[in-house]
Write a protein that binds this ligand. Sequence first.
Ligand SMILES: [Zn+2]
Length: 184
Amino acid sequence: MKVISLTCNHCGAPLEVPAKARFVTCGFCEARLAIEHTGNSYTTSVLEELQETTAKLAQDVAQIKQSSEIDRLDSQWLQTRSQHMVTNKNGHQSLPTKGGAIIGGVVITLFGLFWTVMALGITSAGAGMGAPGVIRLFPLFGLLFVGFGIFMSFRMHHKADAYQKDLQQYRRKRQDLVDDITQN
Ligand SMILES: [Zn+2]
C-alpha cells in the first residue's frame, strides 16, 4: 500500500497516510483533517469549519421544524378559538368575556326587577278595579327574567372561564416553542 507523507495543517506534526485516504485524524492534536490532492502534492485542511457548517445546517433544520410546529399550533388555536365564539342576538360572533357576562346578566336582571315592580303596581291597581285574577301572574314574568339573567350571567362566565383557560394553555405551549428556538 502506497503511503504518503503529510503535515498536519493544525499543529504541524508529520503524518503518514494511505495514498487513497481522503480524511485523517492527526495523532498529535486529534484535529480532523481533509486531505486535498493537487497534482502530485498533498495538503491538509482542518475539518472543523466543515463540522461547524454541518452543525449550523442541523440547527437551521431544527428551527424550521420548530417554526412549523408553531404554525401548526397557531392554526389549531384558530380552530379552538372559533369554537369558543358566542353568537349574540344580532348574529355577531364574539369571544366570551367575564365582564360581558356580568353586564349582560345585570341588564337582564334589572329589566326583570323593573318589570316585577311595574307589574306589581299595575296588578294591585287592576285587582282594586276588579280585573281578572290572571293579571296577578304578570309580576311572575319579571321574576322569570331575573332568574334567566342570573342563569345567563353564570353560563357566560363559565364560557369565558373555559376560553381563558384554553387561551393560557395555547400561550404557554407557544412560548415553550419560541423558547426552544431562541435557546438553540
Ligand atoms: Zn495535528
